[in-house]
Ligand binder design. Sequence first.
Ligand SMILES: Cc1cc2nc3c(=O)[nH]c(=O)nc-3n(C[C@H](O)[C@H](O)[C@H](O)COP(=O)(O)OP(=O)(O)OC[C@H]3O[C@@H](n4cnc5c(N)ncnc54)[C@H](O)[C@@H]3O)c2cc1C
Length: 316
Amino acid sequence: MPNEIVVIGAGIAGAACARALAAAGTPVRVLDRGRRPGGRMASRTLSGRATDLGASYLTAREGSPFAAVVDGWVERGLARPWTDTFAVAGPDGLRDTTSGPVRYAAPGGLRSLVTDLTEGLDVVQERAVERVEPGRVDGADVAAAVLALPDPQARRLLDDDLADRLLGEEAEHPWRPTLAVALGWDERRWPTDLHGAFVNDDPVVEWIADDGDRRGDGAPVLVAHTTPGTAAAHLDDPDRAAPEVTTAVRRALGIDAPPSWVHVHRWTYAKPAAPREEPFGLADRVGVCGDGWRAPSKVESAWTSGHLLGTALSGR
Ligand SMILES: Cc1cc2nc3c(=O)[nH]c(=O)nc-3n(C[C@H](O)[C@H](O)[C@H](O)COP(=O)(O)OP(=O)(O)OC[C@H]3O[C@@H](n4cnc5c(N)ncnc54)[C@H](O)[C@@H]3O)c2cc1C
């Protein structure tokens, strides 16, 4: 019997799962269809610098195993505490501020944190998996398989019966789309104390982050996330959303000039609408993990889900 566990997906959940397995001495290989690890912790070079187009930031519950990982990143300069305070805006402009937990960002972009987790692991990029059955990945024998993917992407690889046993009814776990729209100016044209803004009551945009502020280089770049409705209306041709998103961002932050460049990124499966409370799924040597588990959906949950599944599979 083969002794290697294959993890499909090199987002933070897959990376955490593989690390837990490797730490226990279990042979593990990670397969990911993308060119680089990171998944939805996605940073892309735009106008000469890395811009975060997926997750905006991460949080870590004090004293949790994930907090220890984040502390390690901060010590090595890979992550930085960003802010605990954001603005609250409406379609008519800035209204208020709100405070919460410390949000962490990464000077090199959030993808760099997942890349760090995959250091020393056997990771194969640009390898799209098509079929997962008990004990087999694309027809090759494995000790176990882990799908560290959004539900809709995991379902495609499984037969209906196994998908229903692992993931439940599809209709009970819908996923929502978002467009991430990066906008660059020649200079900063919004209040100096603004880190990011929740936008309420707006049909187009629900969140705007100051990418230069969170990354620490001060670049005059904002990244807006659209409402699911705006994303759903533009999934076929996301670039066409650029004008209405630009208008909504300028209105919310009171910006008096158009951006000099705009880039639109489509997330068909951005977030689960109803993440589960359980930490992961496991049946017939096939495991599932990620931010569809261990609600609420966020980076910390995805890491924890992957870490707990890896620990369970390693038998520790
Ligand atoms: C726009 C947006 C904003 C967000 N904002 C925040 C935030 O501010 N704070 C926060 O905590 N969280 C945020 N999140 C959520 C956070 O990004 C996720 O919870 C987390 O990154 C999920 O990681 P994951 O490993 O579960 O999945 P993913 O990161 O999606 O990883 C899945 C991986 O599987 C690979 N893959 C898919 N199909 C296949 C296949 N067939 N074969 C091989 N590989 C495959 C993909 O390439 C990908 O690398 C945001 C997400 C989005 C999209």
